[in-house]
Ligand binder design. Structure first.
Ligand code: ADP
Length: 192
């Protein structure tokens, strides 16, 4: 299996690129943001809990997120996938360690973290723009958008170092057309 972590701050384009990459490499796309939105839409207990965090732009606690992610990986493993494309996970050091251990338990590993690098003001602009059509409450409010970016720098950005220490970090310029950015990502993934 080839398992890839697609990384970057909110609005970097992870979801957009994941849609292309999952087809190209036949990977299972796992987005924890999508999973939380599914639960919120269906008003499950998990969704109700997640909403209290997502609406403020804060991360959902690790214990909750880790269990949800592991359940989904276990479910998908029954179909013998080529690999996973993790989008929006891990987002904390604890999550990264849980993922490393979980991959080892499943006799596989993370091949690479591929990061989309985009400046903060471009991110805010993109997210406000997305908010006009996405229907996502967390994209509709600039304060919440800025809090998500702040949360990224508080808790998530440090994961670069975690994967760099394992020689698995690849940064890619995330500014340009969708096709240009896909080409940059495939150059990295093709060499794995
Ligand atoms: P974005 O990257 O645009 O902020 P996501 O769709 O990845 O959006 O996530 C939306 C929200 O879901 C996050 O703001 C956070 O509250 C929650 N979330 C998603 N993934 C995680 C995660 N790995 N750990 C904790 N919370 C998460």
């Amino acid at each position: 299996m080839t398992n890839i972590v697609l990384f970057g701050p909110p609005g970097a384009g992870k979801g957009t690129q994941a849609e292309v990459l999952k087809e190209k490499y036949q990977l299972i796309h796992l987005s924890t943001g999508d999973m939380f939105r599914y639960h919120m839409k269906n008003d499950t207990e998990l969704g109700k809990l997640a909403k209290t965090y997502t609406e403020k732009g804060h991360l959902v606690p690790d214990s909750v997120t880790n269990e949800m992610l592991k359940d989904e990986v276990n479910r998908q493993l029954e179909n013998n996938p080529n690999g996973f494309l993790f989008d929006g996970y891990p987002r904390t050091k604890d999550q990264a360690q849980v993922l490393t251990d979980f991959m080892t338990e499943k006799k596989t590993k993370i091949a690479a973290m591929v990061a989309l690098e985009v400046g903060d003001e471009i991110l805010v602009g993109r997210l406000l723009d997305r908010g006009k059509s996405s229907g996502r409450a967390d994209d509709a409010n600039e304060e919440v958008i800025r809090e998500r970016i702040a949360e990224y720098y508080r808790k998530t950005d440090v994961l670069k170092e975690y994967y760099q220490a394992e020689n698995k970090y690849y940064g890619v310029n995330g500014v340009g057309s969708v096709e240009e950015i896909t080409a940059r990502l495939t150059e990295v993934i093709g060499k794995l």
